[in-house]
Design a protein around this ligand. Structure first.
Ligand code: FMN
Length: 197
């Protein structure tokens, strides 16, 4: 049960962090090539869509992150939404000395942007705008190409990388749902989330 009395009078940074970690997200690797050709990449969960027309997404980057600096100079970056079996890839792109592209198979696209060979979804973006807000640079990307695979996502929740339990298949591409196998799929809310065609 939600407890309104737990809302303190004054803002508390620790509570703010805890509040934000209660919100589950997916996990991405954002990549870009620096001017000198260095391949940059960082694990990021602050990815969200902003606009459908034109198609714009955003990622919030701590000020000075090398990946954001590379995107600023090259004008391009890619966002890879990770699948459930990519925990080691997520870890490979965290920390100054992390192995990054030495640990994960990849190639360069025609613009020189490093693209991982495995992902759940991929968005290749032209940098639209960078807006500094507080201690982060918000990178807005105009999506030039995107695609997805039928895989289960990797999740980030309560400061931990998590895998979903095996879920009943959803009609991702508009195919018919089989409702016999799982009673939950008869719940109206679940059916809203699982489009019938
Ligand atoms: C699950 C997870 C999510 C993260 N999300 C972000 C994020 O959204 N923005 C960010 O700036 N850093 C985020 N980080 C931290 C960066 O991955 C980390 O600082 C990285 O080393 C930056 O690399 P770079 O400076 O080479 O670009 C996240 C780390 C983890 C483990």
């Amino acid at each position: 049960m939600s407890d309104l009395s737990s809302l303190g009078d004054a803002f508390d940074p620790a509570t703010f962090r805890s509040v934000m970690s209660s919100y589950p997200t997916g996990v991405t690797i954002v990549s870009a090539a620096a001017e000198d050709g260095t391949l940059c990449g960082m694990t990021a969960n602050s990815f969200t869509s902003v606009s459908l027309d034109p198609p714009i997404v955003l990622v919030c980057s701590q000020i000075g992150a090398r990946t954001c600096e590379a995107a600023k100079t090259s004008g391009r970056f890619a966002i890879h939404v990770l699948a459930h079996d990519q925990i080691s890839s997520a870890r490979a792109f965290v920390g100054f000395h992390a192995p990054r592209f030495d640990a994960v198979s990849h190639h360069l696209d025609e613009e020189g942007v490093p693209i991982l060979d495995h992902w759940l979804a991929l968005l290749v973006c032209k940098l639209h705008e960078v807006v500094r807000v507080g201690d982060h640079d918000v990178m807005f990307g105009l999506v030039e190409r995107c695609g997805r695979a039928d895989e289960t996502p990797l999740l980030f929740h309560e400061s931990a990388l998590r895998m979903l339990p095996r879920l009943p298949a959803l009609a991702v591409k508009g195919g018919p749902l089989s409702l016999e196998d799982d009673e939950d799929l008869n719940d109206p809310l679940v059916r809203v989330l699982a489009p019938l065609g």
